[in-house]
Design a protein around this ligand. Structure first.
Ligand code: GLC
Ligand code: CA
Length: 551
C-alpha cells in the first residue's frame, strides 16, 4: 500500500540558509526552523521539504554534498534535527528531505579517494582520458560551466560533472553506488523522515560509453541522459528494496519532461515516483531558462497547466522554489503586489495535485536587484555573467542577471520590520530585500486582508474540499490572452476560478444555464457586488465561485 496522505497536504519548502537564524550568526538554521513550526502550522502546512541540510562546501549552496548522513554545522546537528522532526510530527507536519544523488561534492570522501586510480572508489564516478591531449572525453555541456568535464592533475584523467566542477556525477551503473544510496535512504527514513524530493533524478542514468551528442541542440548531451537507459530499473530498485518498506513518498525533479514520458514514471501498479516537479509552466516568460527571456505569454502558461492537469492523475504544483526568480516579479506585478500575489495563489492552489509553497511566497517576497556582480552568490548567474561580458558591456549584462538569477529567491525571509527583517540579530549572510519594511510576516499577521491571510484561507479551504482533492479539471476560454479560467467539478459541486493576468480591464460573464443558477463567491481580491454575473475585471483580479448543480 502506497502512502496517500501526501495528496491531502500542502507542503512548504525551506531553503535553510535564508529561512530563519536561531543562533545569531547571520545564517538560517534548524534552531530557527524549530521556532517557526507553529507559524507553519498556522499557515495550514502539512509537510516541509527541506532543501539540503547536509555538510557542503556550498559551491551550489547545499546541492554539492560532502556527507549524506549528517547536518551542516551551519544548520545545527542531528540532535536539533531530531527535535524538529519530533515537534513537526506532533503538529502533524511531515518532513521531506532533498536527495541529491546525481552528484556529490568533490570534497566528499568518495571522490577524494577516487582520485587514486587503484581505489575501489574509482568506479563511483566517471573518470576518463581525453579524446586527444587537452580535449575532454566528449562534447557534453554543463549547466553551470562551459564544459561537463574537468581535468584532475593528480589522476591524469577527466571527471564528468553535468553541473558545477565541484558537483561530480556519480556512476549509477555501479551497484556499489546504488548500495550507498539505499543506505542513505534508510538512514533518514529510520530517523523518521516521511519522504524525499529527488534532485534531477531523471538524469541519473548515463548512456553506455558516454558518446558525443551528434545533434547538439540546447544542452549538448542532455537528450542522451535525460530518462537514460536504466532510469526505471534504478528507481524501481530504490522503491522495492527500501522505500516500499516505509510509509513515505517521493517527488522527483524532472527537467525537460514531457507528459508522455512522465506517465512512464508515475503510472501502473508500482510507479517509480509518486509525483513530479515538471518545468513547462515555468517557461511562460522565457525559452527553457530565465537566461533566455521572452515577454510573458499567459497562453503558454495556460497550455502548460492544462496539458499537465489533463495528462496526469496527480501533479506536484508550484510557482516558486529556490531555482527561480519570485513569481510576483515574473507573472504578476510588483505595482499590484497584493492583488497579483493573491491572484497567483488562487491560480495554482486550486488545481489538482499537491501544492508546494516556497518560503516567503506566502507574503509575496519579490526579486532583488543588487548593484554589482560581486554581490551575487549563484554559480549559474556567475557563469552567465562572465560568459556574456566577453561580448557585451557589463551594464548591459547585469540587468539580465538581476532578473534571471536564482538569488532572487534566496534572500532572507522577511519576518518583521525590525533590523535585518527579523531574520537574524546579526548581519545576514546575504542581502535582505529593502522592501522588508512594508512586506513582512508581522505586518501581514495583523491585517486580515493580507496576502498571508489569503494563503491561509485558501489552504484551509483546499484541505476541507473534496472538489479540490478529486474534482475534474476543465479550462474555459483557453484562447483568452489575459484571463485564466478553470472549473473543478465533483459530485454536483463546481468551483470556478477566474484569474486576470493583466492590469487592463477585461469583460467576463459567468457561464449561464441552469447549473449556474446562483453562484456563491468564495474568494476575491477586491470587494465585489453580490449577485454580479457579468463584470469588468480590475488589475490582477481573482474570484473563486462555488456552484451547486443540485440547487
Ligand atoms: C536541482 C536543484 C538546483 C541544483 C541542481 C543541481 O535543479 O534544484 O538547485 O543547482 O539540481 O543539483
Ligand atoms: Ca545560525
Amino acid at each position: 500500500m502506497r502512502a496517500e496522505w501526501y495528496k491531502d497536504r500542502v507542503f512548504y519548502q525551506i531553503w535553510p540558509r535564508s529561512f530563519c537564524d536561531g543562533n545569531g550568526d547571520g545564517i538560517g538554521d534548524l534552531y530557527g526552523v524549530y521556532g517557526k513550526l507553529d507559524y507553519l502550522k498556522s499557515l495550514g502546512v502539512g509537510g516541509i521539504w527541506f532543501s539540503p541540510l547536509y555538510p557542503s562546501p556550498n559551491a551550489d549552496y547545499g546541492y554539492d554534498i560532502s556527507d549524506y548522513c549528517a547536518i551542516h554545522p551551519d544548520y545545527g546537528d542531528l540532535e536539533i534535527f531530531k527535535k524538529v522532526v519530533e515537534r513537526a510530527h506532533e503538529l502533524d507536519i511531515k518532513i521531506v528531505m532533498d536527495l541529491v544523488v546525481n552528484h556529490t561534492s568533490d570534497e566528499h570522501e568518495w571522490f577524494q579517494k577516487s582520485r587514486d586510480k587503484d581505489s575501489p572508489y574509482r568506479g563511483y564516478y566517471f573518470w576518463k582520458k581525453g579524446k586527444k591531449p587537452g580535449r575532454p572525453p566528449n562534447n557534453w555541456d554543463s549547466f553551470f560551466e562551459n564544459e561537463a568535464w574537468s581535468y584532475d592533475e593528480r589522476s591524469g584523467e577527466y571527471y564528468l560533472h553535468l553541473f558545477h566542477r565541484k558537483q561530480v556525477d556519480l556512476n549509477m551503473d555501479n551497484p556499489a553506488v546504488r548500495g550507498e544510496i539505499k543506505r542513505i535512504l534508510r538512514f533518514w527514513l529510520d530517523l523518521g523522515v516521511d519522504g524525499f524530493r529527488e534532485d534531477v533524478i531523471t538524469l541519473i542514468s548515463k548512456p553506455e560509453g558516454l558518446p558525443d551528442d551528434r545533434f547538439g541542440v540546447g544542452v549538448k548531451g542532455m537528450r542522451l541522459y535525460e530518462s537514460g537507459p536504466h532510469i526505471h530499473e534504478y528507481l524501481q530498485e530504490f522503491r522495492t528494496e527500501v522505500l516500499d518498506g516505509y510509509d513515505c513518498f517521493v517527488v522527483g525533479e524532472a527537467p525537460l519532461m514531457t507528459t508522455k514520458k512522465a506517465l512512464g514514471y508515475l503510472e501502473g501498479e508500482h510507479p517509480d515516483l509518486d509525483m513530479m516537479f515538471s518545468f513547462q509552466h515555468m517557461e511562460a516568460d522565457c525559452f527553457f531558462t530565465e537566461y533566455m527571456p521572452l515577454p510573458f505569454d499567459l497562453r503558454k502558461l495556460k497550455r502548460a497547466f492544462t496539458k499537465w492537469q489533463d495528462a496526469l492523475e496527480w501533479n506536484a504544483l508550484y510557482l516558486e522554489n529556490h531555482d527561480h526568480p519570485r513569481v510576483i516579479s515574473r507573472y504578476g506585478s510588483e505595482k499590484y503586489h497584493d492583488e497579483s500575489g493573491k491572484m497567483l495563489a488562487a491560480c495554482y492552489l486550486l488545481l489538482k495535485g499537491t501544492p508546494f509553497v516556497y518560503q516567503g511566497q506566502e507574503i509575496g517576497m519579490t526579486n532583488i536587484a543588487l548593484p554589482s556582480i560581486e554581490d551575487y552568490k549563484d554559480c549559474m548567474a556567475l557563469k552567465h555573467y562572465y560568459n556574456d561580458v566577453r561580448r557585451k558591456s557589463p551594464d548591459k549584462v547585469l540587468p539580465k542577471i538581476q532578473k534571471a538569477t536564482r538569488d532572487n529567491s534566496r534572500t532572507p525571509v522577511q519576518w518583521s520590520a525590525e533590523a535585518h527583517a527579523g531574520f537574524s540579530s546579526a548581519e545576514p549572510w546575504f542581502a535582505v530585500n529593502g522592501n522588508y519594511r512594508s512586506i513582512n510576516v508581522a505586518a501581514q499577521e495583523k491585517d486580515p486582508g493580507s496576502l498571508l491571510n489569503f494563503y491561509r484561507a485558501l489552504i484551509a479551504f483546499r484541505s476541507g474540499s473534496r472538489t479540490v482533492r478529486f474534482g475534474d479539471y476543465r479550462e474555459l476560454c483557453p484562447g483568452h490572452p489575459h484571463l485564466y479560467v478553470y472549473t473543478r467539478s465533483f459530485e454536483g459541486e463546481t468551483l470556478l476560478v477566474l484569474c486576470s493576468f493583466t492590469e487592463k480591464p477585461c469583460r467576463f460573464s459567468l457561464p449561464d444555464g441552469p447549473a449556474w443558477g446562483a453562484p456563491e463567491l468564495l474568494f476575491a481580491n477586491y470587494p465585489c457586488k453580490s449577485g454580479e454575473t457579468a463584470f469588468t475585471t480590475r488589475p490582477y483580479e481573482t474570484r473563486v465561485y462555488r456552484v451547486r448543480a443540485d440547487r
